[in-house]
Design a protein around this ligand. Structure first.
Ligand code: HAS
Ligand code: CU
Length: 567
């Protein structure tokens, strides 16, 4: 495109020069390295939690660093689920549209996002490391952490909104130069994800600014736990799609090409993203089926709405399976499943993403159980729930990003991927470890083993009396965690081996943007999905329609609870 542009047009569009491109790569690298460093700390602590369930209490040996299981669990959740995801996603969703549109992003804003997010992370980390804020990643009041922690999280959330403006500004510039044209797919997906996140963040943002921050600063002395939880889950549900959709960007727009084929349909991808946007906002109270103070009518409505949120992922399952089949057949796969074995399994990036999809079949199925109000009563607050989210965010999101890093790091650094063989091992071990963990965690959860419990601190007799019947499952949980940890060690050898490895001119790989079998040209669906401002408004109105009846009784019957520090 740039060659065809006149000097004037290229000035208006701000097409990046080679030097500026190098700056953009540096920016994304900073986001990814920081995110993956946080993940390394988070994963290390995760091993302790798996062994905890197997009945092995390692915390007394870690005294100066970790005072309790709960402090470790808080760090694990915050570092993995927030810091790792926010950093990697923010960089990813600014860089990829910039490359697709061949435009220069607002680098000042991009670096400001990074700096603010880093500051927030350091503040929250301080609050966790000094053991003043072992409130777990859900931050349920009236458990009370320190102001460092809540203010830090507030900054991180505010920073995570900023990439939206970088993307919208580039989209506007591109639209001005290409009037009447549809937004290219990756930019469409990135903008939808970030708009969804803007609306999503309003809940936790309100909770932080109006409830948690002033309470932790001593400006007010009590808090309304139900209101705080409900605001948290306004965000806490759609955040899972904020973790999922950036992975889907790779699955839809890059993986088909990496697998040797094309994406079956561009308009279907847009439909999936649009539905994820609209459906994920109003359903947060499905995390509160067991909470008092929310009417059964609303819980019933939310059940039905939550089940609809599976539709875009089912669309994804069929669209991507077909796209992979197409790739496999082009690579010579024959017969019913020959395409499956013909996929480029030796390519660690492809293997990671396809295995992530396989794990997500089970993660998604568990989600549908959770969504059903009656069934959720059986599994809520048991180990089933962590099992569900280790197959979703722990495998689907994280493994896709690990897979992406195998081409992205060489692309950003101009260095060769360190040991593709080790990369492949790391992928399989992460997958097998978490699938094992997930299987056993679901099993133990159905037998009533609670989540978030320091079970290994119990005297052995008592542990066996309570959990002896499920001990085999709990031992498998421990084994799964250790297998995944070995995979993680191999992964980080590859990660740092690449970062500090050999320069290689051939490593400057292009981004594998896919082609489409059905493009969006002339598609009515793609036209309907295009006005993102309108869809944001529609989603906001639907969300309010569901939430006003939920919030009303809380606002008219407030609760004033003092804070607790139980650790
Ligand atoms: Fe969830 C709890 C419902 C998806 C994460 N979820 C959680 C928590 C987390 C989480 C972190 O309704 C715990 C929060 C806490 O600490 O309390 N979840 C759902 C539903 C879905 C779902 C209906 N969850 C996710 C995703 C997550 C995530 C995605 C992170 C990334 N979840 C719930 C509910 C709770 C919950 C309740 C509260 C439970 C409670 O009691 O507290 C759906 O979106 C799932 C739809 C997905 C599918 C799968 C589609 C399959 C695909 C793969 C295809 C494979 C291919 C490969 C193409 C229907 C796309 C080819 C393979 C071949 C074999 C051919
Ligand atoms: Cu949810």
């Amino acid at each position: 495109m740039s060659a065809a542009l006149s000097n004037n047009a290229s000035r208006i569009l701000a097409v990046p020069t080679a030097g500026e491109l190098a700056g953009e790569k540096k920016m994304l690298l900073a986001f990814w390295v920081t995110g993956f460093l946080a993940l390394a700390v988070g994963i290390s602590i995760g091993v302790l939690q798996s062994t905890n369930y197997a009945g092995i209490n390692l915390y007394p040996y870690l005294q100066p660093f970790l005072k309790s299981y709960y402090q470790g669990l808080t760090m694990h959740g915050v570092l993995n689920a927030y810091v790792f995801t926010f950093f990697t996603i923010s960089g990813w969703l600014m860089y990829l549209p910039a490359r697709e549109l061949k435009l220069k992003p607002n680098m000042g804003l991009a670096w400001f996002t990074y700096a603010l997010m880093l500051l927030g992370t350091l503040m929250a980390a301080y609050g966790m490391f000094d053991n003043s804020s072992s409130v777990l990643y859900t931050m349920y009041a009236p458990l009370k952490g320190s102001a460092w922690f809540y203010l830090g999280i507030t900054l991180v959330v505010v920073a995570s909104i900023l990439p939206l403006f970088v993307v919208l500004e580039m989209r506007a510039r591109w639209k001005k130069a290409n009037p009447g044209q549809l937004t290219p797919l990756v930019t469409y997906m990135s903008a939808t994800t970030l708009l969804m996140w803007l609306l999503a963040a309003l809940g936790a943002g309100t909770e932080a600014v109006f409830l948690l921050d002033p309470w932790s600063l001593g400006i007010v002395h009590t808090i309304d736990p139900l209101l705080a939880r409900t605001l948290f889950w306004w965000t806490g549900h759609p955040i899972v799609y904020y973790w999922l959709m950036p992975g889907y960007v790779s699955i839809y727009a890059l993986l088909p090409r990496q697998a040797g084929g094309k994406l079956i349909s561009d308009p279907l991808a847009r439909l999936a993203f649009l539905l994820l946007f609209v459906f994920s906002l109003p359903v947060g109270t499905h995390h509160q089926y067991t909470d008092p103070g929310i009417s059964p009518v609303m819980k019933g409505i939310v059940t039905a709405l939550t089940l609809s949120v599976a539709i875009p992922s089912l669309i994804t399952a069929f669209t991507i399976a077909l796209s992979l089949e197409y790739g496999g057949r082009r690579r010579g796969g024959k017969g019913l499943m020959g395409w499956w074995t013909a996929l480029p399994w030796k390519d660690a990036s492809v293997a990671a993403q396809v295995l992530a999809l396989v794990s997500f079949i089970f993660g998604g199925a568990g989600g549908i159980v959770n969504a059903s109000w009656q069934l959720d009563n059986v599994v809520h607050n048991t180990l089933w729930i962590p099992a569900h989210f280790h197959l979703t965010v722990g495998t689907m999101t994280t493994l896709v990003f690990m897979g992406v890093s195998f081409w992205l790091l060489p692309h950003l650094t101009g260095r060769r991927l360190y040991s593709p063989k080790l990369a492949l091992w790391s992928v399989w071990l992460w997958f097998l470890g978490l699938m094992t963990w997930g299987f056993a965690g679901h099993w133990a959860g159905m037998d009533g083993v609670p989540r978030r419990a320091w079970v290994s601190a119990l005297p052995h007799d008592q542990y066996m009396q309570l959990y002896g019947a499920v001990h085999p499952a709990l031992i498998i949980v421990g084994i799964g965690g250790v297998i995944a940890a070995v995979g993680a060690v191999l992964y980080y050898i590859v990660f740092f081996g690449t970062l500090f490895g050999q320069k290689d001119a051939k490593a400057m790989v292009e981004i594998p943007f896919t082609q489409y079998i059905t493009s969006s040209e002339g598609s009515v669906m793609a036209r309907i999905a295009e006005p993102l401002g309108l869809w944001t408004l529609i989603t906001f109105v639907i969300t309010l329609a569901v939430y006003i009846p939920v919030f009303w009784p809380m606002l008219t019957h407030p609760i004033h609870a003092p804070g607790f520090v139980l650790w």
